[in-house]
Design a protein around this ligand. Structure first.
Ligand SMILES: Cc1cc2nc3c(=O)[nH]c(=O)nc-3n(C[C@H](O)[C@H](O)[C@H](O)COP(=O)(O)O)c2cc1C
Length: 356
């Protein structure tokens, strides 16, 4: 690893990544829905929370290990699903999978991957999950789930917060167009096209199923034996419906504030969901986590683990697999330091009593 990368805080990684990124890819990466107020609020809501640290607690050992959905993990920082990694770095999803694994982070492969599942499986040096959207043809979704299960995926993430894609003004109404030579590798045989809407006034997209409901979620759950997580939950009642449908995990997410303008922040949504779930499923959260302190707050608010969206891509843009690994290692280091300073020697000691 380049020595200078090792010491870079994530804000620096982001700043340097912007300098080297293709401008269209960068706009796609950073954009949020509409006013982008919710995008800013995702970060600000975590920052507003303050710690009330405990002193004179033995923190000579700080343990960030956990068991999550059948996996023994060295820390609770995972890489969330984001599309089109070859737009950000020539090594694409293979680099992300490698960097994540080397840093002990589960890698969640997006259904809009620009790399095939076999190549990701070969590159992955640690556990990986497959994400897919609520999509029009459950038969095709089941095929993807079956392939991932056969290839050793440790979990399936079903994203349910995108019946239509939000208006991201920085990115343009027609979304992202892949540069020549890149394709959506996982959906090549899908019975529907993966393409933007055909006019600025068309909200629906052929690859997103706006008629998807809870009954179908239960059907997809029963199609695999590996853990299934539902991504995009912000309400306690929806979290309970996920449990009814047999979900093993719930991801509190507002899609990085890329869909619904004025959506509530995940820091606000998380405690209500965690309280409703009461340990009956794993609770994960993403959105606006940029520091180890943010992650400690998320865990204290009831999350078992967190997922990174944009920060992992910043690392990928800047330095491929090494960049992704650096982002994870840096956050794990900041998390451990925050825990020590809060008097929390292990993850179980991070509770709401530490927060103001
Ligand atoms: C460029 C980009 C592409 C994304 N693609 C997907 C995707 O394919 N599937 C999905 O469920 N979420 C997707 N997301 C949302 C992320 O999984 C995650 O919810 C969000 O980025 C978390 O917020 P953060 O970026 O502040 O960490 C994407 C986000 C970004 C920034």
């Amino acid at each position: 690893m380049k020595p200078e990368l090792e010491s870079l805080p994530l804000a620096e990684v982001e700043r340097l990544a912007e300098r080297v990124a293709d401008p269209a890819a960068w706009n796609y990466l950073v954009s949020g829905a509409g006013t982008e107020d919710a995008l800013r609020e995702n970060l600000a809501a975590f920052r507003r929370i303050r710690f009330a640290p405990r002193v004179c607690t033995d923190v000579s050992e700080v343990d960030t290990e956990l068991r999550l959905l059948g996996l023994d993990l060295p820390h609770p920082v995972l890489i969330g699903p984001t599309a089109c990694h070859r737009m950000f770095h020539p090594d694409g999803e293979e680099a992300t999978a490698r960097g994540a694994g080397e840093a002990g982070a589960v890698f969640c492969l997006s259904g809009y991957s620009t790399t095939g599942m076999a190549a990701v499986q070969r590159a992955a040096s640690g556990p990986w999950w497959l994400q897919y959207n609520a999509a029009p043809d459950d038969g095709f979704t089941r095929e993807l789930i079956a392939e991932a299960t056969e290839r050793g995926a440790a979990g399936i993430v079903l994203t349910v917060d995108t019946p239509v894609a939000g208006a991201r003004e920085r990115q343009g109404w027609d979304g992202v167009s892949l540069p020549d030579g890149l394709s959506f590798a996982l959906t090549e045989s899908a019975p529907y096209p993966v393409r933007p809407p055909s006019s600025p006034y068309e909200i629906h997209r052929p690859a997103l199923d706006a008629s998807f409901t809870w009954e179908r979620l239960a059907g997809l759950r029963s199609s695999t034996r590996i853990p299934l997580l539902v991504k995009g939950i912000l309400r306690a009642d929806d979290a309970l419906r996920c449990l009814d449908a047999g979900a093993d995990g719930i991801i509190v997410s507002n899609h990085g504030a890329r869909n619904l303008d004025s959506v509530l922040s995940t820091a606000e949504a998380l405690p209500r969901v965690a309280e409703a779930v009461r340990g009956r499923a794993a609770v994960l959260v993403d959105g606006g986590l940029r520091r180890g302190a943010d992650i400690a707050k998320a865990l204290a608010l009831g999350a078992d683990a967190v997922l990174l969206g944009r920060p992992a891509l910043h690392g990928l843009v800047l330095a491929g697999a090494q960049g992704v690994g650096h982002v994870v290692r840096r956050l794990r280091y900041e998390l451990a330091m925050t825990m020590a300073l809060c008097g929390a020697p292990n993850l179980a000691a991070l509770d709401a009593d530490l927060l103001v």
